[in-house]
Design a protein around this ligand. Structure first.
Ligand code: A5A
Ligand code: MG
Ligand code: ZN
Length: 475
């Protein structure tokens, strides 16, 4: 992006600029919080979501599609759920000239759309576990600062999964599986994350508890990129979702739900991008390789182009997404254009390369350049892709770990958080102390680190520490 905007010191501006320059989304739709995907952005989105869908399918979740509109009485059945979403719901109460008999809500999430039908679909213990997901748009009238992909009012790419089980043990097993699915997903994107159990005051409305994935964005703020909720029997009692157990008794199912949005794309862009533009792991780049002929004279032209096309064909036959840039632009201009789009690998072929029977490879992530034989390009490229992926993950992890530090007092916390990032601390586990701590640090308790134990006393009140918590400023 001509290197003008610095990602770290001016993240908001960098982010908006990259969404525009790299053709991810257009923000000029005339309704606040609604954004339009460009073709390039949507290709990237689909590559990422195909992985997410595969991970669900591979673990036995089947895709469904429920309607967008929820009757008011259904939405309002679960009291804790509706109380929390009340302020965020868009309503339809008219159609043409007529007022509707019953207002319809645009789904803010689909529990109350789905579970009345779960009561019909689930009859017997042989129907369990029951595992479905859908990728849809949902609507929330967000009052905090809206941002493309990060805080949308039309959550354009909402993946929500919903499961039902016989009892609490099976439900805990499902939570573990969902944590695995999300871990695999973010590992594959090279996005580092914390997994925490949200404090009671920040759990999903209507759930017993919430497990959340958070990453750190370049401005040092934490972004919640996925959540997993144990719903217990709260919703099944409300919507009468029962099954007949092996003794012929009626039992309420135990439920979970878990969601991911386009925040996963925002994180991918934010974590790996740099002042030149996007940087994408090979698996997710709409164009994985660009081949650039370096032509100095008419004499060389034909043979160079021939070689470029030949390489392209060999790679394409293996399903690698590759393009040749045969435009009239000068090479430097081409390099810049494909770097901005995050193309992970550039192949340059010029007269010198031909002479030596090599091609020049340039990695987007590091700028590293090397010559490799023209023989067997598929093998070479597959190896390159693996290394690039590893390198990008390592780089992201390094940054993430550098920005996560243990503190032993609120003062240390304030100081550490002033540079952005997250801090870990020992905590007594009480809400009053937690709330005070959040105020003192002007930051949020993301939650308790799973399976952690405190090493010392609570940094808030000095009482016995129970758990290790993560604290960060958040979006
Ligand atoms: N039914 C469950 C899964 C649910 O709705 N959970 S949730 O409210 O936590 O949302 C799931 C995920 O969607 C969140 O973890 C967050 O990453 C993302 N999300 C929430 N609100 C969003 C918004 N306004 N814009 C973009 N993403 C959002
Ligand atoms: Mg909310
Ligand atoms: Zn305390």
């Amino acid at each position: 992006m001509a290197g003008e905007i610095d990602k770290k010191s001016n993240f908001s501006k960098w982010y908006n600029e990259i969404l525009k320059k790299a053709n991810i989304v257009d923000v000029r739709y005339p309704v606040k919080g609604l954004y339009t995907w460009h073709p390039f952005g949507f290709k990237l989105r689909n590559l990422v979501y195909n992985e997410l869908k595969d991970l669900h399918e591979d673990t036995g979740h089947d895709e469904v599609r429920f309607p967008l509109l929820i009757p008011k009485t259904n939405l309002q059945k679960e009291s804790e759920h509706v109380a929390s979403f009340e302020e965020e719901v868009f309503w339809i109460d008219r159609a043409g000239k007529n007022e509707l008999d019953e207002p319809l809500a645009l789904r803010p999430t689909s529990e109350t759309a789905m579970y009345p039908l779960f009561a019909e679909w689930i009859r017997s213990h042989t129907d369990l576990p029951f595992k479905i997901y859908q990728v849809v748009n949902t609507f929330r009238y967000e009052t905090k600062h809206t941002r493309p992909l990060i805080r949308e009012r039309e959550i354009s790419s909402f993946k929500e999964a919903h499961t039902a089980h016989k009892g609490p043990e099976e439900t805990e097993e499902q939570i573990k599986e969902s944590i695995d699915i999300y871990s695999n997903f973010f590992n594959s994107l090279g996005i580092p994350y914390f997994i925490t159990k949200r404090p009671s005051w920040d759990k999903f409305p209507g759930s017993k508890y919430t497990i959340a994935f958070d990453t750190l964005m370049p401005d040092g703020k934490a972004l919640q990129i996925g959540t997993i909720h144990n719903l217990g029997t709260n919703f099944s009692k409300t919507f009468e979702v029962q099954y007949e157990d092996s003794d012929g008794e009626q039992q309420y199912v135990h439920q979970t739900c878990f969601g991911i949005s386009a925040r996963s794309i925002a994180a991918l862009i934010g974590v790996h991008g740099d002042n030149t533009g996007l940087a994408l792991p090979p698996k997710y780049a709409p164009t994985q390789i660009v081949v650039i002929p370096i032509i100095f004279s008419d004499e060389d032209e034909e043979e160079i182009l021939e070689t470029c096309r030949n390489i392209k064909k060999q790679l394409e036959n293996k399903g690698i997404r590759v393009e040749i840039d045969e435009s009239e632009d000068r090479p430097g201009r081409k390099f810049y254009k494909w770097e901005l789009k995050g193309t992970p690998l550039r192949i340059e072929i010029g007269p010198r390369d031909l002479e030596n029977e090599v091609m020049t490879l340039v990695r987007r992530s590091t700028g590293d350049k090397k010559q490799v034989s023209l023989e067997n390009p598929v093998n070479t490229i597959e190896k390159e892709f693996n290394e690039i992926k590893k390198e990008m993950s390592n780089q992201a992890n390094k940054e993430f770990n550098k920005n996560t530090n243990k503190v032993n007092s609120p003062e240390e916390g304030v100081k550490a958080l002033s540079n952005g990032g997250a801090v870990t601390a020992d905590w007594c586990g009480t809400k009053t102390c937690g709330k005070k701590l959040e105020e003192k640090l002007s930051a949020d308790i993301l939650g308790t680190i799973l399976d952690s134990e405190a090493e010392g006393p609570c940094i808030g009140c000095g009482e016995t520490g129970e758990k290790k918590i993560l604290i960060a400023k958040t979006y």
